[in-house]
Design a protein around this ligand. Structure first.
Ligand code: PLP
Length: 425
């Protein structure tokens, strides 16, 4: 791959280079295992003394190509593809925090991530402190403890659509000696690259715009490279791993110690790597990422502007609208488009909103976001149902909120559909 290629070219071509006479399209290697001529080669693979594939639970050529493309798009050194966005969030923290440790998270997160951090990681002995996205620097500093290992946030929060001030949070994370982990699911690398603003780890639910067609569930964790893991807080990366005969990740794999550790310890032991077929589909999805994100963003902005002046609409939240509290941050971090998700409330509250949702014809009610088809969802009773009222408020979810995932259909058809549904409310 030419390292000067722009992001559109890398979305199409990065990750896979056919050999002379080889298949032009990334093949699906649907095989759990790989053949070797001598036993020593396999032993060396087990000892991480050489690169290669020996068992698909750890690595597979199709998944590997997808990981390389994701790392290239985000500008990172390595990526690990996993079974779901949930696995990506969990692994990104677990890789550097164990029982007795703590981390800080910005509260405006996807509901599933809030549950994972509040309930499941707590059962593993890892504690979280949530901070408001508006917390001032001192409030963020106060949230860190001596045993804190990370700061976690969403680049464009689902569904509050709060834009992360990445530069500020990266500075505060680094002051505390921990990496900033950014879930970049909604913008994707095409609209924003958090590494360019100081983030250290990026995660995605690839189920969303990466796949883009609602075909498969997946996740990925990407490492920027260059974080100082030797600051005394991360013994798991800097001390010998007895399960690999005393290997030290920061010494033996200095370019990407975090990713190597995640794969050879956790993906190996937990078995939650991405399946080859899902990597194959997700790679095809990425080939049109740039075109889709442009159209998702322009359609969402047009629908947001239309709804904003509609007499039956009480409020609209889209970071690309001048009226949005997030507009200035969106101009800085998402100058090429604010992605395809908007939220709005119908005058008359939840009951009127339900009539609108039930009356839509082109847009479907789906528990999904970020695919080519327009869809709607009611976060308070669906994706964020497990959250308490206080958690809902912290996540920016009001009872009347309708979340629209604006697809790439013709914008006139999308607007007509909302108009005819609003007419019934
Ligand atoms: N992160 C964000 C921002 C999400 O929106 C979601 C799911 O909606 C997830 C993570 C979890 O991803 P998955 O459903 O692929 O497990």
């Amino acid at each position: 791959m030419n390292k000067d290629w722009k992001i559109e070219t890398r979305a199409v071509q990065a990750g896979y280079e056919p050999e002379n006479g080889g298949p032009r399209v990334l093949p699906l290697y649907q095989s759990t295992t790989y053949k070797y001529d001598d036993a020593q080669s396999v032993a060396d693979l087990f000892d991480l003394k050489r690169d290669g594939f020996f068992y698909t639970r750890l690595a597979n050529p199709t998944v590997d190509a997808f990981e390389k493309k994701m790392a290239s798009l985000e500008g990172g050194v390595a990526a690990v593809a996993v079974s779901a966005g949930q696995a990506a969030s969990m692994m990104s923290v677990m890789n550097i925090a164990s029982a007795g440790d703590h981390f800080v998270a910005v509260s405006s997160l996807y509901g599933g991530t809030v549950s994972l951090f509040t309930n499941t990681l707590k059962k593993f002995g890892i504690e979280v402190t949530f901070i408001s996205p508006d917390a001032d620097d001192d409030a963020v500093r106060r949230a860190f403890r001596p045993n804190s290992k990370a700061l976690f946030a969403e680049m464009l929060a689902n569904p509050a659509l709060i834009v992360l001030d990445v530069e500020r949070f990266a500075r505060l994370a680094h002051e505390a000696g921990v990496p900033l982990i950014v879930d970049n699911t909604f913008p994707t690398a095409y609209l924003c690259r958090p590494f360019d603003f100081g983030a250290d780890i990026v995660t995605h639910s690839t189920t969303k715009y990466t796949d883009g067609h609602a075909l498969c569930v997946g996740g990925v964790v990407i490492e920027k490279g260059g974080f100082d893991w030797n600051n005394g807080k991360f013994p798991g990366l800097c001390e010998p791993d007895e399960s690999y005969h005393g290997l030290v990740y920061t010494k033996n794999f200095p370019a990407a110690p975090y990713s190597v550790k995640m794969r050879v310890q956790y993906v190996r032991d937990l078995g939650n790597g991405m399946a080859p077929f899902n990597a194959f589909l997700s790679n095809v999805g990425l080939e049109t990422l740039h075109l889709r994100m442009e159209r998702h963003s322009s359609n969402a902005l047009a629908l947001a502007k239309h709804l904003e002046q509609h007499p039956k609409v009480g409020w609209v939240n889209y970071p690309g609208l001048k009226s949005s509290t997030q507009y200035a941050l969106a101009q800085k971090y998402l100058p090429n488009g604010a992605s395809g998700v908007l939220c709005f409330g119908v005058k008359g509250g939840k009951p009127a909103g339900e009539i609108v949702m039930n009356s839509l014809k082109l847009a479907a009610i789906v528990v999904h976001v970020a695919d080519v088809r327009t869809g709607v969802l009611h976060p308070a009773s669906m994706t964020h149902r497990q959250l308490s009222d206080a958690e809902l408020a912290a996540a920016g979810v009001s009872p009347d909120m309708i979340r629209v995932s604006v697809g790439i259909e013709n914008i006139d058809d999308i607007i007509s559909d909302f108009d005819q549904a609003l007419a019934k409310a």
